[in-house]
Design a protein around this ligand. Structure first.
Ligand code: PLP
Length: 241
């Protein structure tokens, strides 16, 4: 094992332990919590180190970078999650590459994904992004807007709506995120009651490096973690390349 693999492996195991501890505190089974490794700050070598450890659920927030990396990495091993804003004109690019889109933030985008899914004979798995933290998040439905379009969303035949995603406002204190995460879980429970039976909304994508333990206590099934995995690694610069 080279030193990058060692460092990435140590970081990963430390994060997994923190996930297990948080799950235990909440009386949950940590097997039901998936870690999506966010690679947007990572060098390709670091990502390869993760893959060599058998970790293959990867997240990118930019469609173009996701597509570029999907080309460079052995795609059959990787399950890509798109976690950032998606413009409608990029749907065709990413749809064949991703296992899940976490960031459906408008009805027009949902319709585009549905239509493209039909053409490509795919049933895209998606989460609906909700903005519950006010100015903190740039994208996502607000609650009222989502309630108004929900029946239209669940009526889109090709889409598989598997749950909700949110981002908490940035804060130094992880506890500040708790009310956002509680609100997402409660909103999911409400939406489930007004949805067709096959829409069970099993997933809550919430929690990042600064607040994932709180998110797990509040029911997260997908945590999106970047920085904590890349601790102690140095970007190549002209001096150390
Ligand atoms: C970057 C990013 C993350 C991961 O952030 P870290 O704080 O580095 O763990 C999670 N979710 C989204 C949407 C992101 O853009």
């Amino acid at each position: 094992m080279n030193s990058i693999e060692t460092q990435v492996g140590d970081n990963y195991h430390r994060v997994r332990e923190r996930i297990a501890t948080a799950a235990k505190r909440a009386g949950r089974n940590s097997n039901e919590i998936m870690l999506v490794a966010v690679t947007k700050y990572a060098e390709l070598d670091w990502v390869r180190a993760l893959l060599s450890l058998g970790i293959n659920e990867l997240g990118e927030n930019r469609p173009q970078q996701l597509a570029a990396r999907a080309k460079e990495l052995p795609t059959r091993d990787v399950r890509w999650h798109l976690i950032g804003h998606l413009q409608r004109n990029k749907v065709k690019l990413v749809l064949p590459l991703v296992t899940m889109i976490h960031s459906v933030d408008s009805i027009r985008l949902a319709e585009e994904i549905d239509g493209t899914g039909k053409k490509l004979d795919l049933r895209p798995r998606v989460l609906v992004e909700v903005n519950l933290s006010g100015e903190g998040a740039k994208h996502g439905f607000d609650r009222t807007a989502l309630a108004e379009v929900w029946q239209t969303l669940v009526g889109l035949e090709q889409l598989q709506i598997e749950g909700l995603m949110t981002m908490a406002a940035y804060s130094d204190n992880p506890e500040d995120a708790r009310q956002t995460f509680t609100a997402l879980r409660e909103l999911r429970d409400q939406l489930r009651r007004v949805s067709p039976a096959e829409i069970s909304l099993p997933h809550l994508s919430m929690g990042m490096t600064g607040d994932f333990e709180i998110a797990i206590e509040e029911g997260a099934t997908l945590v999106r973690i970047g920085s904590a995995l890349w601790q102690g690694l140095e970007h190549a610069t002209p001096a150390n390349r």
